[in-house]
Design a protein around this ligand. Structure first.
Ligand SMILES: [Zn+2]
Length: 80
């Protein structure tokens, strides 16, 4: 077995990331997986920032939409 077997490219920047440094993020909404990515630590931090920003802008964009839905309760971020 080679160490290379444990190294896979980051889904964002394409840099090879070793297992101990990698992060796999899975976003599930209402038990349906909508996003799953393997990211290096830098991209992982960016991803979290972007996710939180998008969640906030969603709120702002849909301010005119009647009937607010508590999406936060149904959203899970799973980090392995
Ligand atoms: Zn990366």
């Amino acid at each position: 077995m080679s160490d290379d077997a444990d190294i896979e490219p980051c889904n964002w920047c394409g840099e090879p990331v070793a297992d101990p440094l990698s992060r796999t993020v899975r976003v599930t909404v209402d038990r349906s997986e909508i996003d799953s990515q393997r990211l290096c630590p830098e991209c992982f931090a960016d991803w979290i920032d972007r996710y939180e920003t998008e969640m906030r802008s969603d709120d702002a964009d849909e301010s005119a939409d009647p009937g607010p839905t508590p999406v936060d309760d149904d959203t899970d971020i799973i980090v392995d």
